[in-house]
Design a protein around this ligand. Structure first.
Ligand code: GLN
Length: 205
């Protein structure tokens, strides 16, 4: 059975576990390298990327997660999780590390310090139906993306017009917003489909 892990070092782990459970998927917290071994895919939650980076190093998870992602494990990150899946972090701490997976430069707290959180509608490529009501909380954006990165969503209008807030590269997806807090499960659904595809693909081989 498809089992999806939620990196449980820090952040809104519970919300992601609940979203996945609501979709009928087996979901487990991942805090130790052994727990990572037993999942097919990984969600990296929102929270605080500097803390998450530090804890990932302390818990011996940084390299194992990096390696699994490089080897093709599907991963999805929201907000701080998006930062963790990038290659380079702007406005981060000098010793801040990431898991990689998406060739992008991510700017932390990109929307400005005065804007702690805001909501807007974002249309996501490949996700059917109405626009997403998105919640951005001290959110990043992708400032630059590599040629293999598919841009799934941008801010429309306002001072951040055109900024990239949802991306995918192969089996790795990221959003700058938090679909786990709005009850709209379509992003998680898309990720579960992606993860399921990999599982079925490997069983066929
Ligand atoms: N500002 C946080 C960071 O830099 C991200 C905020 C969030 O995940 N809600 O990691």
């Amino acid at each position: 059975d498809l089992t999806i892990g939620v990196l449980a070092l820090q952040g809104d782990v519970r919300e992601h576990l609940l979203a996945l459970a609501e979709l009928g998927v087996l979901a487990r917290p991942v805090r130790r390298p052994e727990e990572l071994d037993s999942v097919h895919a990984l969600v990296v939650p929102g929270g605080e990327s500097t803390t998450m980076s530090k804890l990932a190093v302390d818990f011996g998870l940084l390299e194992p997660v990096r390696e699994r992602i490089a080897a093709g494990m599907p991963a999805y990150g929201s907000c701080a999780g998006m930062i963790m899946l990038g290659t380079t972090v702007l406005d981060g701490r000098p010793d801040q590390r990431t898991f990689g997976g998406i060739d992008m430069v991510v700017r932390r707290n990109a929307f400005g310090r005065q804007v702690d959180s805001f909501e807007t509608d974002v249309v996501l490529d490949g996700i059917e139906g109405h626009a997403f009501r998105t919640v951005f909380i001290r959110a990043p954006w992708a400032e630059e993306v590599g040629p293999q990165v598919e841009v799934l969503g941008r801010i429309e209008g306002g001072p951040a017009d055109g900024r990239i807030v949802a991306v995918r590269q192969g089996r790795v997806m990221a959003t700058a917003f938090h679909p786990e807090v709005t009850g709209d499960l379509r992003v998680h659904e898309a990720f579960v489909d992606l993860a399921r595809g990999v599982l079925i693909g490997s069983a066929d081989e």
